[in-house]
Design a binder for this molecule. Structure first.
Ligand code: DX5
Ligand code: ZN
Length: 217
């Protein structure tokens, strides 16, 4: 399975997000990760569907949209219309998760399910048949620039084992605090998609290319 580095736009300059998008696009990345926060499920705000729609006009890169929302089902359609390619929703809030996943797929988008560092991996087991991606948070969501929680890789290993047992094909993504120093352990655990915000945007072109090459081999 091809490995993917998905830079997180959250770590770009929010006065000119288009420029950050174009850096990622011109670097040759295939995915960009877009973090949507509501100030309820997580203690921070980011940007909404209008921003995603405006960014969509400037690139065909795969938009990996991570909804950190208390009521994600209300915003699936706006983000689908804005040009999301994949929409991920958290397992923790109270809402009809099967219905929300079905909605994402009925709009022709790929669906992902997300779990926080303290959430047991078993919580996502009922949905594995209905998603293209499982996102294991390696920080408590809300802010970029936090430290990678390495113990989450045990969940990645459990998902890899279950995926092969059930003959499924969902991708496994990690998000939060990921830097070049974590790549070997993540590859060893079986991570497919590496979200990186701070570590990606702080590097010059050479550092970004080197980071990508260590993943996208
Ligand atoms: C955390 C977000 C992450 C964040 C990652 O709430 O979901 O996607 O942007 O940024 P870094 O790599 O800086 O931890
Ligand atoms: Zn994210």
């Amino acid at each position: 399975m091809k490995k993917i580095l998905a830079p997180s736009l959250l770590a770009g300059d929010h006065s000119c997000l288009k420029d950050s998008l174009l850096i990622v696009d011109q670097d040759g990345r295939n995915w960009i990760h877009l973090d949507i926060m509501d100030g309820h499920f997580v203690p921070n705000l980011s940007f909404g569907p209008q921003t995603v729609a405006d960014l969509r006009k400037h690139s065909n890169i795969f938009f990996d949209v991570h909804l950190m929302l208390d009521q994600p089902q209300k915003y699936i359609e706006p983000f689908a219309q804005a040009g999301a390619d994949l929409i991920s929703i958290h397992v923790e809030p109270e809402y009809d998760i099967p219905d929300a996943l079905e909605k994402i797929r009925s709009l022709g988008k790929k669906a992902g399910i997300v779990l926080n560092p303290d959430t047991a991996v078993e919580e996502v087991f009922p949905y594995l048949n209905d998603v293209e991606l499982v996102l294991c948070m390696t920080v408590n969501p809300g802010f970029g620039g936090q430290s990678f929680i390495e113990s989450v890789l045990a969940k990645v290993r459990a998902l890899v084992a279950l995926r092969s047992e059930r003959e499924e094909s969902f991708l496994i993504e990690v998000d939060g605090g990921v830097g070049p120093e974590h790549v070997p352990a993540c590859l060893d655990a079986g991570v497919d998609v590496f979200v990186a915000g701070t570590a990606y945007f702080k590097g010059d072109k050479e550092a970004r290319d080197e980071f990508a090459a260590s993943i996208e081999t």
